[in-house]
Design a protein around this ligand. Structure first.
Ligand SMILES: [Fe+2]
Ligand SMILES: [Fe+2]
Length: 268
């Protein structure tokens, strides 16, 4: 099974490149399942119900989140009606939404997406490592999905700041999930590999949006903020729009990865 995992989609430019390039990328790389991180889709901060529908219509099949997932109030009531939209599983219990999606690909293969958030240099939340154990245990008890066998393909979006915490999660879950994909820093790392026990890993998949920016936001305002330290309003940047993603090839019988490759597409 070939999975395309798309890094944080930032604002209108990120949504635009998804509309323009995803279908061709899907065909070229023979993709069976498209997952995207959507926490910055609404002008860089959060996502709205309308934009969830827009990203799903553009070809994303499940959307993961992160620290910005609740930035737009209108998303809170939308969670119960949209299981394909996730927030990290280790947020406070009872918060809107779920951190685990279980479903079937278009070809009928059962899969799961687990969203977790780090604790280093991030707002406090529950332990992501113990949350991973808990969710994987829950998943193991689920059994066949609509008569299609148990879930073997498990993708983890680990939304975290520190490279150390992300690497630790990769090793912690090695052999237990198909892939641990880092998100949140918006800068693609060059360390993609399949770990010894069969889990595909990358510290950060990068950002889908304007790269002539500072992590997606207009660069002059960001520079000014670093110079004067004053509160400022940040707008989405523009120029050099790219889609950062990885393609993970995983064995449907074992759930383990055969390969992981980085992808960076430019808007023509
Ligand atoms: Fe982000
Ligand atoms: Fe984030």
């Amino acid at each position: 099974m070939r999975i395309l995992f798309i890094g944080d989609i930032v604002g209108a430019p990120g949504r635009e490149i998804l509309r323009a390039e995803l279908e061709a990328a899907r065909a070229e790389h023979r993709i069976d399942l498209v997952i995207a991180n959507c926490e910055n889709a609404a002008s860089g901060f959060g996502i709205t119900p309308k934009l969830v529908d827009e990203l799903l219509a553009a070809g994303a099949e499940v959307l993961s989140g992160g620290n910005h997932i609740y930035d737009r109030r209108e998303i809170l009531d939308y969670f119960p009606s949209q299981p394909r939209l996730l927030r990290p599983a280790n947020f406070t219990p009872g918060n809107p939404g779920a951190g685990l999606y279980v479903g079937r690909s278009k070809q009928g293969t059962p899969f799961a997406l687990l969203n977790l958030q780090g604790r280093v240099f991030m707002t406090p939340n529950d332990c992501p490592f113990r949350a991973a154990d808990r969710e994987l245990e829950r998943l193991a008890k689920l059994g066949p999905i609509n008569g299609a066998g148990p879930v073997k393909i498990v993708i983890v979006d680990f939304h975290a700041e520190a490279t150390s915490e992300k690497q630790a999660m990769g090793w912690y879950l090695d052999g237990r999930v198909s892939a641990v994909i880092g998100t949140h820093t918006h800068v693609m790392t060059a360390d993609e590999r399949v770990l010894p026990n069969g889990t595909a890993y990358i510290t950060d998949v990068g950002m889908t949006g304007p790269h002539a920016s500072v992590i997606g936001m207009e660069k002059q305002a960001m520079i000014k903020r670093f110079l004067d330290g004053m509160p400022a309003r940040f707008e989405v940047g523009e120029g050099d729009v790219r889609m950062n993603a990885v393609v993970v090839d995983a064995d449907e019988d074992t759930g383990l990865a055969r390969s992981i490759a980085r992808l960076s597409l430019r808007l023509d």
